[in-house]
Design a binder for this molecule. Structure first.
Ligand code: B12
Ligand code: SF4
Length: 472
């Protein structure tokens, strides 16, 4: 019997424990008879280096998935370490950061041999075959690579229909280890790639050119029946950019769940305009099929600001979505962003007001507020850069470009302090009811209603007892 060649894949360290869907997608689309895929996850494997070392000798390549920000630090250290052990092993970086910075990444770091742009399954299949057979990389679409002394960028690849890709083989990871780390039997899944919309703070339109592809609901029904019997999860966490793009598809998916008696809870992303297009019967159906929570990006309470962000959403749709989710007992996370370039006090006040109104509708609503950070690949970022804002220009600098605790220069200290207090007292006042803390919760609500955050002694005490966790 021929021994299978090894493909080593690495997910860098971050603090959340979402399953490494990118690496699973790559590994599941390689020929199982020829290749043995090893996924090492810096978040799960206590000794990731040793895990890599065990396989490095027989590996064809070392692939890393890379998000912009702190994960780059670990990705970089691990790649340099791998190269120091085996300088001949081809190292490949893929994911959002290298989709945004194909050539720059290679220019900056000699230990990275190839970067991959956009959807990766087919590109990786071709890359692995070329590396295995020692053939040319010249015709592989969607990559950037070193050739003699120069860096070559090949043409991009069109988005492939997700239905033509293989079912994800979750046995490539230790699924139970993720459940344990998450503290719940929550299964991660992505049912679509890309997004049709054009929000100016988001990189998706740049990376996928406003294209979109989704798995058919019938196939999802079959897959989940199989996965559920195998992994016994309670919840499905959809990682799609916009899960509710087509109400018809979601209706079919919900019916698949019900017909197959899946009996799971599920969560995913929904836009307010998509909620507007759904009927009450649709809401009743998705609820019955297990919908637990949706995430609806609002970003701003000001219609003017929303229009500037090209959200293509009317503020009234947000309230309509909120009322209907409350009616059907569906939880909602409504994320907001403050501190956009040139954002006025009027716009901030509008956001504060909408946040308060949403919290008053249902105890199942959350309104996280983020500070605008010019993530690369978005229209706003291009504009601020044209106006003199300097983005990091090395991988090392990108590794410190983390969104927690590092608001953009458009956020004054005063504004930052206000929102940190606002967020804290919102959470205390409108969070889980705790009879023992009833007076504190009521006082917090008063503080929020009156924007009165002087002497935030409650916050100081809380932070002393439970210091804030860093994101990544
Ligand atoms: C899960 C997730 C996370 C997880 C990461 C889990 C992990 N694996 O480490 C957590 C919760 C930690 C996270 C955090 C953040 N995330 Co996030 N996250 C996602 C999300 C929802 C899903 C990612 C995913 O699994 N996709 C499914 C897989 C199959 O797709 P994929 O990752 O694109 O992989 C494909 C290709 O990129 C390529 N590929 C990927 N890796 C590799 C590697 C190789 C070797 C090859 C060949 C190819 C390849 O092939 C894959 C298959 O086609 C995406 C949105 C989305 N739908 O993609 C946002 C997204 C990636 N996150 C984003 C952002 C902004 C953040 C945050 C800043 C906070 C926030 N507001 O969400 C933080 C900070 C990140 C950091 N600096 O630590 C942005 C992109 C930012 C960027 N430039 O990197 C996205 C795109 C959301 C958005 N539209 O703005 N995130
Ligand atoms: S923010 Fe969401 S809806 Fe807007 S472009 Fe990005 S992925 Fe699409």
């Amino acid at each position: 019997m021929l021994t299978r060649k090894k493909i080593l894949l690495y997910n860098p360290n971050t603090v959340f424990y979402d399953m490494p869907l990118a690496l699973l997608a790559l590994g599941s689309n390689l020929d199982n008879d020829s290749y043995d895929v090893i996924i090492v996850d810096g978040r799960i494997d206590p000794n990731a280096k040793q895990a890599i070392k065990n396989h490095i000798k027989d590996a064809i390549c070392f692939g890393v998935t890379v998000l912009t920000g702190k994960p780059i630090k670990d990705a970089l250290e691990m790649t340099q370490w791998v190269k120091s052990i085996d300088p001949e092993l081809t190292t490949i970086w893929g994911g959002w950061h290298t989709s945004l910075f194909p050539t720059e990444t290679l220019e900056d770091e000699k230990t990275i041999d190839i970067t991959v742009q956009g959807q990766g399954e087919e590109t990786f299949q071709e890359l692995v075959a070329a590396l295995d057979n020692k053939t040319s990389l010249d015709n592989i679409k969607g990559i950037c690579f070193r050739k003699e002394d120069s860096i070559v960028k090949n043409p991009g690849r069109l988005l492939r229909d997700m239905n033509t890709l293989n079912r994800i083989n979750y046995d490539l990871i230790d699924v139970e280890a993720y459940f344990t780390k998450k503290g719940k039997r929550q299964f991660d899944y992505i049912s679509s790639t890309g997004c049709y919309f054009r929000c100016t703070f988001c990189a998706d339109p740049f990376v996928f050119g406003r294209n979109y592809s989704a798995v058919d609901p019938e196939r999802m029904g079959e897959e989940f029946e199989y996965y559920k019997s195998k992994y016994q999860f309670d919840e499905i966490n959809f990682q799609d950019e916009t899960l509710f793009t087509y109400p018809k598809r979601i209706r079919k998916m919900a019916n698949e769940f019900l017909d197959r008696n899946l009996n799971v809870l599920w969560s995913g992303t929904m836009r307010a305009d998509q909620a507007h297009r759904m009927t009450d019967e649709d809401f009743a159906l998705v609820k019955k099929s297990g919908l637990k929570r949706v995430l609806i990006g609002v970003e701003s309470g000001s219609q003017e600001m929303m229009d500037w962000l090209k959200k293509d959403i009317k503020l009234e749709y947000v309230f309509e979505a909120a009322e209907r989710c409350a009616k059907f007992d569906v939880g909602v996370i409504f994320p907001f962003i403050v501190g956009f370039p040139n954002e006025t006090q009027k716009s901030l006040d509008a956001t504060i007001s909408v946040v308060k109104q949403l919290n008053a509708i249902s105890p199942k609503f959350e309104t996280p507020i983020f500070y605008f950070k010019p993530y690369p690949g978005s229209q706003i970022t291009s504009e601020v850069v044209a106006n003199g804002y300097e983005l990091p220009n090395s991988l090392k600098e990108w590794a410190s470009f983390d969104y927690i605790g590092s608001a953009g220069p458009w956020v004054s200290d005063e504004m930052y302090n206000f929102f940190e207090n606002f967020k804290f007292f919102l959470k205390v006042g409108y969070g889980k009811r705790r009879p023992l803390f009833y007076p504190v919760q009521q006082f917090s609500r008063w503080r929020v209603a009156n924007n009165s955050f002087g002497f935030p002694i409650e916050r100081k005490v809380f932070e002393l007892v439970r210091p804030a966790q860093k994101l990544s």
